[in-house]
Design a protein around this ligand. Structure first.
Ligand code: HEC
Length: 167
């Protein structure tokens, strides 16, 4: 009885020692075997991060280029416009009347820089059909002269708004 117990303990001890040896040979957490791997991982992540930063730099450069282009195209920067202008005119003439969006020409020409009276005259002419444009005529059909005057006055005010927005 005693012998059997002793040999069972011996077998268990053997198993434990063998397991410990196996774990140690695998470079488990106990003997610090993972440190190298962890450090390698951190190194990898660092490398990945630096490519990310590079991509970001590239994107920043791309953005700057676009911005420069936009400025060249007569984009006067952001300023407040009325909801009416935004919803009825901005889609073709740009939110600031530059006729450009993201450096690309839009459907409608540049409006900013023209006086309120010039804009008004063109709107009236479009509406009356004296100035031919099916798009603009259709658009203005439902606007009365008072509304045209308001749009003209607002667009005439764009350069002043742009100047104020730049400050
Ligand atoms: C669907 C696109 C579109 C929308 C929306 C639009 N326009 Fe136009 N607009 C044009 C096009 C295209 C022209 C060029 C017509 C031409 O020269 O024959 C134009 C020309 C003009 C012109 C004459 C500019 C010039 O120098 O010849 C004025 C002024 C104008 N639009 C004002 C407006 C106003 C104000 C609104 C909003 C109420 C507006 N447009 C909405 C497409 C649009």
């Amino acid at each position: 009885m005693l012998n059997l117990k002793n040999s069972m303990v011996a077998v268990l001890m053997l198993i434990i020692v063998a397991t410990a040896g196996w774990v140690a040979s695998k470079g488990g957490a106990y003997n610090g075997g993972q440190h190298g791997k962890v450090i390698a991982d951190i190194g990898d992540r660092g490398a990945a991060q630096s490519t990310q930063t590079k991509e970001k730099d590239d994107r920043q450069k791309e953005d700057d280029k676009l911005k420069a282009l936009r400025d060249k195209a007569g984009n006067a920067g952001a300023f407040e416009v009325s909801q009416a202008y935004k919803s009825k005119c901005a889609s073709c003439h740009g939110v600031n009347g530059s006729g450009f969006q993201n450096g690309k020409p839009m459907m409608g020409p540049k409006l900013i820089g023209q006086s309120a009276d010039d804009i008004f005259q063109q709107l009236v002419d479009f509406k009356a059909g004296r100035k031919e444009n099916i798009v603009m005529k259709g658009l203005l059909l439902h606007l009365d002269e008072k509304a045209l005057r308001e749009f003209a006055d607002e667009i005439g005010d764009f350069p002043a708004r742009a100047a104020a927005a730049k400050k």
